[in-house]
Design a binder for this molecule. Structure first.
Ligand code: SAM
Length: 209
């Protein structure tokens, strides 16, 4: 994601009432933080937050957490969505550190237009590599569910292989999400790709243990 300077980033981050900075202290107590026992869904790489904001509005009985690696990007998300929703928090963190923020508390992970890392030597950095699937095991509750959308065929193909090898069951695979009847909340990148006529690949997988 290309970044331009964001002058008021620090002010935005310091004053946002739904950005969680002390996430290590909340580990194991997220439902208490949400003040209910609803399931917790996580988006990794939320960008400017269109998807996670849309999901939180559409599904008020689900708790959502969006994480994003870059503070400038999360600053833009906060600028775009200044108002706190009761069922949404965001965290400025890298997915490789998920275990520092969560115990076995997450029911569903969304990976939307994740960086594809197309070179073979960078395959471990893909968010569906075995390395990341092992990290997700540590934060998933008993049932694990991952939903992925991408324009990128290298990421899509390698995700099919690694999720299958890791024992995930395929609930749905679709090669043209926009022309399907799958319920969908659009992301910023998805809108850009759709406007360019690019087809969106989708997969939804589950693992019971
Ligand atoms: N999901 C958004 C969308 O679909 O519009 C943004 C897509 S953008 C291509 C990928 C985003 O994932 C970037 O904002 C990037 O900073 C973030 N990201 C990449 N690797 C990450 C990681 N390991 N942990 C957290 N965020 C990550």
């Amino acid at each position: 994601m290309r970044l331009r300077s964001l002058k008021d980033k620090d002010i935005l981050l310091d004053n946002c009432d739904y950005l969680i900075k002390n996430y290590k202290e909340i580990k194991g107590n997220w439902q208490k933080k949400f003040k209910n026992n609803n399931p917790i869904h996580l988006e990794i790489g939320m960008g400017k937050g269109d998807f996670i904001q849309g999901m939180a509005r559409k599904y008020p009985d689900i708790n959502f957490i969006g994480i994003e690696k870059y503070d400038k990007v999360i600053g833009r998300a906060i600028k775009k969505y200044p108002v706190k929703l009761p069922n949404l928090f965001v965290i400025n963190m890298d997915a490789k550190d998920l275990e520092k923020a969560f115990d076995k508390e997450i029911s569903h992970i969304y990976l939307n237009f994740s960086d594809p890392w197309p070179k073979d030597r960078h395959a471990k950095r893909r968010l569906t590599s075995i390395e990341f699937l092992k990290i997700y095991d540590k934060v998933f509750k008993d049932k694990k569910r991952i939903t992925l959308k991408t324009d990128n065929l290298i990421l899509f193909a390698s995700s099919l292989v690694s999720l299958n090898n890791y024992g995930y069951k395929f609930l749905n695979v679709n090669l043209d999400l926009a022309n399907s009847d799958i319920p969908n909340v659009l992301t910023e990148y998805e809108v850009k790709f759709q406007n360019m006529g690019v087809r969106i690949n989708y997969l939804d997988v589950e693992k019971l243990n």
